[in-house]
Design a protein around this ligand. Structure first.
Ligand code: DGT
Ligand code: CA
Ligand code: CA
Ligand code: ZN
Length: 575
């Protein structure tokens, strides 16, 4: 069991205890424990086996013992017992965003609610808002969460699916008899959420390989088994379809199972128009270019046979890729290696986990030419936002670090400045102009109506010291909808004022949504792919950002942080 799973169980224990009305100190101990595990330096198993866990702040002897059991045995009787002691419907309620143990307890004790459907009717009849500690807003939010609950509970974040898939593929590559392995489906297309992971395995010996996979991976993870496919259950409730493909058919299967369905339909129509039949097995029919199987056709060969250049997986949504391909106007999509640095990185001065130096060191290790530091501004007090004095002292520190040449990565001074309710910025211009760059973000009053929110953002965009807009819609994937906003108008305002829009690459955000970038790019708006890092390891989120940028048809020239240090400095000094 890895640290994420252990931490998740601790969080659940905390909720379950809260639900039973346990002592708050006991509840807090599990929250703190979960946090300590997630932030632990090094390998969890090593900590367990060296018996050093209880040296960590936040972990006492009792928790250390429980972690040990979870890591060694993969389960914890105390936790199972706790779950059994709670009515099943209440466990379901725990999955609803915004419902903690305390609230569930109140709903259960005061209104007898013990299921999702009972909660829904109580919200609809207005009983919930009358409860102490709930109110109208909470009731509305609950209804909203319930409406999305079903769809949400079935999907997973791109980043988490990618991590699971890559771990699995690492194991598969070591299995003899496997000629090739590729990710397909929505994950390969770079969708922001993933239903299930699709993995294709090229092999001449599906039987033998399936057997080896099942002995290597724990059989408890097997959900279904057919002759050409096995389905595995991965941590976090994720599912992976593993398909076995004869190597000579691999290109066809890859094209088919990458999808999307809509894209596949158009491909099949093109084949039919030429008198052929396209499937996951081949392109059949008279004079099919692949009838003499000298060499296994690749995806590229298949596109060519249908009169098209290679269409990258991210574009395969039937959203204009065929028309662009026919005109020879497919974009030359940005690639991971094109990025030279990134903005929007927090440090322990506000709510980041690592110090300034640690963040810069991590950027240097990744070969970044520059890193933009932007901690929170004073109104974000929940995130330990910086006062004017603290900003100035950070600026001073950064200037000294830059001139010391201690790091080869240049540091830009910045702020993630709150946009106040009216569109005013959290700091006066006199401070903002001392910084290299200013990211403006909405962190409060997310529920404003569309008109108010749009005007609020545009006013902030028009501030001469604004450089870019952070996480523009405020959405949290699978948890919170985008705020109400006229994005067209916001994009226009950025175009008119020469302001950049961030593609926030944090796994939960991926905001602005990929569906908007093509129009932003056509209006001449630049994109900055930013990790919104709160930890050194978050810098890697840029990979997810690149995938989404590609899905939004973006090229290197549309992306600010593909520019060199000198070009970026010149751009920033213009404000
Ligand atoms: P997901 O898993 O919901 O995030 O989305 P996908 O796109 O990964 O969908 P999935 O896993 O059901 O199937 C993988 C691909 O297989 C899909 O993108 C296209 C192809 N495929 C599956 N079923 C059909 C079908 O009925 N018709 C066509 N044309 N293609 C299909
Ligand atoms: Ca899938
Ligand atoms: Ca699938
Ligand atoms: Zn933010």
């Amino acid at each position: 069991m890895d640290r994420k799973e252990v931490a998740k169980i601790f969080e659940e224990i905390a909720t379950l205890l809260e639900l039973q009305g346990a002592n708050p100190f006991r509840i807090r101990a599990y929250h703190n424990g979960a946090r300590a595990i997630l932030n632990l330096e090094g390998d969890l198993e090593e900590w367990v086996h060296q018996g050093k866990l209880d040296e960590l702040a936040g972990i006492g002897a009792d928790l250390a013992k429980k972690i040990e059991t979870l890591v060694d045995k993969g389960k914890l009787p105390f936790y199972d017992e706790l779950r059994r002691s709670v009515p099943k419907g209440l466990l379901e309620l725990m999955q609803v965003p915004g419902l903690g143990g305390k609230k569930i307890r109140a709903l259960h004790e005061k209104l007898g609610i013990a299921s999702l459907s009972a909660l829904k009717s109580a919200c609809l009849s207005g009983e919930v808002e009358k409860l102490k500690g709930f109110g109208k807003k909470t009731q509305e939010n609950l209804l909203d969460a319930l409406a999305h609950q079903e769809a949400y509970s079935k999907r997973h974040l791109f980043w988490e699916a990618l991590e699971e898939a890559e771990t699995l593929i690492g194991k598969l590559r070591k299995i003899p008899g496997i000629v090739e392995v590729e990710i397909a489906g929505s994950l390969r297309r770079g969708c922001e959420t993933i239903g299930d992971i699709d993995i294709l395995i090229g092999t001449d010996d599906p039987e033998g390989v399936a057997k080896k996979i099942l002995t290597k991976l724990k059989p408890s993870r097997l959900m279904a088994r057919g002759s050409a496919k096995i389905t595995l259950r991965l941590p976090e409730g994720m599912q992976a379809d593993l398909r076995f493909i004869a190597p000579e058919q691999f290109g066809f299967a890859l094209a088919y199972f990458t999808g999307s369905k809509e894209h596949n339909i158009r491909m099949r129509e093109r084949a039919i128009a030429r008198g052929w039949r396209l499937s996951e097995y081949g392109l059949e029919g008279k004079k099919s270019p692949f009838s003499n199987k000298a060499k296994a056709p690749t995806e590229k060969d298949i596109f060519h046979a249908l009169g098209l250049p290679y269409i990258p997986p991210e574009l395969r949504e039937d959203l204009g890729e065929f028309a662009a391909a026919e005109k020879g106007e497919l974009p030359h999509l940005v690639e991971e290696g094109d990025l030279r640095g990134a903005f929007h990185n927090h440090t322990s001065a506000s709510d980041g986990e690592n110090t300034l130096e640690e963040m810069v060191k991590a950027a240097e290790n990744l070969g970044w030419e520059y890193i933009g530091i932007s901690d929170h501004s004073r109104s974000s007090f929940q995130a330990n936002g910086l006062s004017e004095e603290r900003v100035l002292s950070q600026v001073d520190k950064i200037h000294k670090l830059n001139s010391s040449k201690r790091f080869s990565t240049h540091i830009f001074t910045g702020i993630e400045c709150d946009i106040l309710r009216t569109g005013e910025l959290d700091f006066p211009d006199s401070l903002l102009k001392k910084l290299d760059f200013v990211i403006i973000s909405v962190h409060n009053a997310l529920q404003q109506d569309e008109k108010t929110m749009t005007a609020r953002l545009i006013r902030a965009i028009e501030n001469p010291y604004t450089t870019m807009v952070g996480h523009v819609t405020g959405r949290l994937l699978l948890r919170r909808e985008a705020c109400k906003l006229n994005l067209n108008k916001v994009i226009d305002a950025c175009a008119a004022n020469g302001k950049i829009i961030e593609l926030n690459a944090q796994s939960k955000r991926l905001d602005m949504d990929w569906r908007w970038w093509r129009s932003a790019k056509e209006k001449g708006v630049l994109c900055s792919i930013n990790p919104d890092a709160h930890h050194t390891s978050d810098l890697l989120y840029l990979r997810a950002g690149i995938k989404i940028a590609r899905k939004g048809w973006l090229e290197a020239k549309n992306i600010f942080n593909t520019r060199s240090l000198a070009e970026v400095s010149r751009f920033l000094s213009r404000r």
